[in-house]
Ligand binder design. Structure first.
Ligand SMILES: [Zn+2]
Length: 200
């Protein structure tokens, strides 16, 4: 087994957050260590975390790498040391932890993360449009950006909710639907055009 696999199968994000002193609420929310977070915006799952504030997401190795400014490999090494895991033999005894039920494959996990990142960027954009294009008076016709923000915000929130916190099988299916569907390419092309406009 490789180091990354051993670490990911032995240690959960929740346990790591606890060991490294992130204060968590009873619903596994914590103040995000990666942005100025005044209320707990980061949700911890067994296999990964997701911040509703800044979109930071990743698995136990990403969390450790980001917290301590390490490479993935260094982070994995740190976790094996701090949790007393051995890269030579599978975890046993006190350090063997229950495996998250039905862990999805790496590809599925990557698809889920990818969708989450795109959706998060889109959500940022919608949030901006909601104020930038808000009508100044009730008589003013609604700007199409503002209308899109109103319509899409709830859809995007539902999708993020499902992808971040749904049961594993549902998350993978939702990501697959997004990758095969029309919404994600539309969002991506919107974000790309915007990047180009802002760069110009
Ligand atoms: Zn954050």
């Amino acid at each position: 087994m490789n180091l990354f696999k051993i670490v990911k199968e032995s240690v959960t994000v929740k346990q790591t957050a606890a060991l490294y002193g992130l204060p968590v609420t009873t619903t596994w929310m914590t103040r995000c260590p990666f942005h100025e977070d005044h209320t707990p915006s980061m949700k911890l799952n067994d296999t990964y975390y997701y911040c509703f504030g800044c979109g930071a997401t990743g698995d136990v190795i990403d969390l450790t790498a980001q917290l301590f400014g390490l490479s993935s490999f260094q982070a994995a090494r740190k976790l094996t040391q701090d949790f007393g895991l051995s890269p030579d033999k599978p975890p046993s005894g006190a350090v063997a932890l229950p495996k998250p039920a039905a862990a999805s494959s790496d590809t599925q996990q990557e698809e889920i993360f990818y969708c989450l990142r795109v959706l998060h960027d889109y959500r940022d954009l919608l949030t901006r449009w909601q104020t930038e294009f808000a009508p100044l008076s009730p008589e003013e016709p609604l700007d199409e950006h503002f209308v899109e923000a109103l319509h899409m915000m709830a859809v995007v929130d539902d999708l993020i909710d499902c992808l971040a916190f749904g049961p594993t099988s549902k998350k993978a299916a939702a990501a697959k639907r997004l990758l095969d569907g029309q919404l994600l390419p539309m969002v991506e092309s919107r974000l790309n055009t915007l990047d180009r406009e802002e760069a110009a």
